[in-house]
Design a protein. Structure first.
Lengths: 180, 443
């Protein structure tokens, strides 16, 4: 396949270490972690080129990657903004006002859930229970949980991201590459 | 203060590091267990009466004894850290603040099961906890508690963390195994059970984080001593994550058998309902268990005070009881619309259904649509019986328990709050959001 995508050396190193965690012949098990790496390496989403590349790393068929990538909600199947704002919408967060937080963010960002701002900065997503119900309502951005959200807090968080974020934020933070 | 076992040292500064954890008696159970025969370790866990803390409450020692010993295939232990049951956040708390407690438990449990490779399957959203566990595991390798020839006993064990990627269904043990194999998390038909054919078709045990974290304490104090904590067949302590409209939300460890009234109202635990509101209902064990109105939660149908235990919470069966479940304790005050809350849960199950079984795939969607119609002001009186009919045809007709998990909340809400459905349908008005942040949005 005509595909020029490649992991950085650091990411490739992590990928090989992860693959070794599974027995000989069972390298497909590394698919989920490798797709997280692919999102971190390739701008926060999985293009078909990105998935084909992961398939070559694991020596499996591209379709085996597609069927998995589309099953799990953390993989973005279309381009996203630098910050993907994942607001929990499930029961306990709803009880604490998540619906209002989402309404407020839609208004503030001028986009609907699932959309990206015109400047490519924010994508607004609603997600299911993040296991932080005691500090609801909550939102996840990359590996960070923002808890006990209020509209004022949302303002401050978005301002901070707008000022300080240059590179796309991913769930698998590159700063951890050296720890694997 | 109630007895603390799992969380005794949780607030010690630096407890997430190997050195502080070791100072506080960490890894003593490994030293003890590795001098015993694996079967004797299983025996201690059997004696302790420990039951699975993920929701089902199945006796852990018995689950371990099902492992197929005759096969030449390797055995695997997997820790289920895919905590996704709405209302549940105890495992995240434990792993984040006390990672070595889980690592120690994994070593002892793996030894008991004659497993030489073990995985902690953690939900993908918790990648930051993944890195905390990686660090703890690296420290345990460096200290000689993991790797080859642990403490010179000849026992080898490799422990790895494996991330999921956002799928509630992977908390079901066979869905989890499929996911760990790099596939979609579609649960498998049982039998064969994982203890016979699990990960890569080898004998496998899957246990919840809290279950595994209890094992070192059982070894240290002895199974019989552990069984003295708690009440009847609900032995030991349980982590309960309290959320919703309580004054003090958070993770609490309590001795099983604590009166529910004390748990809900005492300052040591939930501190009562916030903002001086009235207590309306509770989902006591994660979103899948039946909802109970306040009065049936505090006292059983027979008028006895209810206790936080497997037996007492399920007293009265589904007619008037619920389940301890995962310990996700969701409290609702008088402002909550039970119907809209149910809509939210049902939407969740529809979203999370893996799609293999028609009753769940289609039924959860139908229930979501009917409930949406009701909360949107367009409900019909016949919708209540329609919902009842659909849930009853999901219950018991699916490969995995997600079907039941979606049916029970619907059945219990109709059973206990039918009048609220009727009133809503009669009024024909849209249900508003709980008014906690409304002012802010409108301002």
């Amino acid at each position: 396949m005509a595909n020029n995508l490649r992991f950085s050396d650091d990411a490739l190193n992590v990928a090989h270490k992860i693959i070794k965690r599974y027995p000989e012949g069972k390298q497909k098990s590394a698919l989920l972690p490798l797709l997280h790496l692919a999102q971190a390496e390739f701008g926060g989403w999985l293009s078909s080129d990105a998935m084909d590349y992961v398939a070559t790393l694991l020596n499996i068929l591209p379709v085996e990657v597609y069927e998995v990538a589309t099953f799990y909600s953390m993989y973005n199947m279309k381009p996203v903004g630098k910050c993907v704002l994942e607001v929990c919408r499930t029961g306990p967060c709803w009880l604490m006002g998540a619906e209002d937080i989402v309404t407020y963010m839609q208004k503030k960002l001028g986009i609907k859930v699932g959309e990206t701002t015109a400047d490519g900065m924010f994508t607004l997503k609603t997600v299911e229970c993040l296991a932080a119900c005691g500090t609801a309502p909550i939102m996840q951005v990359g590996e960070t949980y923002h808890e006990n959200l209020t509209c004022e807090k949302v303002d401050a968080i978005l301002d901070d991201y707008r000022k300080n974020v240059k590179e796309p934020i991913s769930h698998f933070d590159k700063k951890h590459y050296k720890e694997i | 203060m109630g007895r603390k076992v799992l969380l005794e040292h949780i607030n010690v500064p630096g407890i997430e590091t190997y050195s502080v954890y070791r100072e506080k008696g960490g890894y003593k159970s490994v030293e003890k267990a590795l001098k015993m025969k694996p079967d004797d370790v299983v025996e201690e866990v059997k004696k302790s009466g420990l039951r699975g803390r993920g929701g089902a409450g199945f006796p852990t020692g018995m689950k371990w004894s099902f492992i197929d010993k005759k096969t030449p295939n390797p055995h695997y232990l997997i820790c289920n850290a895919d905590e996704s049951e709405p209302g549940t956040f105890k495992d995240r708390y434990l792993m984040q603040k006390h990672p070595h407690a889980l690592v120690e438990g994994m070593i002892v449990s793996s030894y008991a099961l004659d497993a030489h490779t073990a995985y902690i399957y953690i939900r993908g959203e918790l990648l930051y906890v993944y890195h905390i566990l990686e660090k703890a595991i690296a420290e345990a390798y460096a200290a000689g508690f993991l790797g080859k020839n642990i403490m010179g006993t000849g026992y080898d064990l490799d422990l790895y963390v494996h991330p999921g990627a956002g799928a509630y269904i992977c908390g079901e043990e066979t869905g989890l195994i499929e996911s760990l194999e790099g596939k979609r998390g579609n649960p498998r038909m049982k039998p064969p059970f994982p203890a016979v054919q699990g990960l890569w078709m080898c004998p496998t045990v899957v246990n919840n984080v809290e279950t595994i974290a209890a094992v070192p304490h059982i070894l240290n104090m002895g199974g019989e001593e552990y069984a003295k904590i708690g009440i009847g067949k609900s032995t030991g302590t349980k982590l309960i994550s309290a959320c919703g409209h309580v004054k003090n939300p958070g993770v609490y460890e309590l001795e099983l058998g604590l009166p529910v009234e004390e748990f809900l109202y005492s300052e040591e635990y939930c501190g009562g309902i916030r903002n001086g509101k009235k207590f309306k209902a509770v989902v006591a064990g994660g979103s899948s268990v039946p909802i109970l109105p306040a009065e049936l939660f505090l006292k059983t149908a027979k008028g006895e005070p209810r206790l936080m235990s497997y037996e007492s919470l399920s007293d009265g069966g589904f007619a008037s009881g619920t389940m301890l479940g995962s310990g996700g304790f969701i409290v609702m005050d008088e402002t909550v619309s039970v119907v809209k809350n149910l809509y939210n849960f049902t939407r969740f199950y529809h979203h999370e259904s893996c799609g293999q079984c028609s009753p769940c795939r289609e039924g959860t969607g139908w229930m979501e649509k009917v409930l949406h119609r009701i909360i949107d002001g367009h409900g019909k009186m016949s919708d209540i019986d329609l919902l009842w009919d659909v849930q009853s045809k999901i219950d018991g007709r699916t490969i995995c328990p997600l079907g039941e998990a979606s049916a029970w909340p619907v059945a219990s809400a109709i059973r206990h709050f039918r009048a609220e459905f009727e009133e809503l349908i009669k009024k024909g008005e849209k249900v508003k959001q709980v008014p906690y942040l409304q002012e802010l949005v409108e301002a």
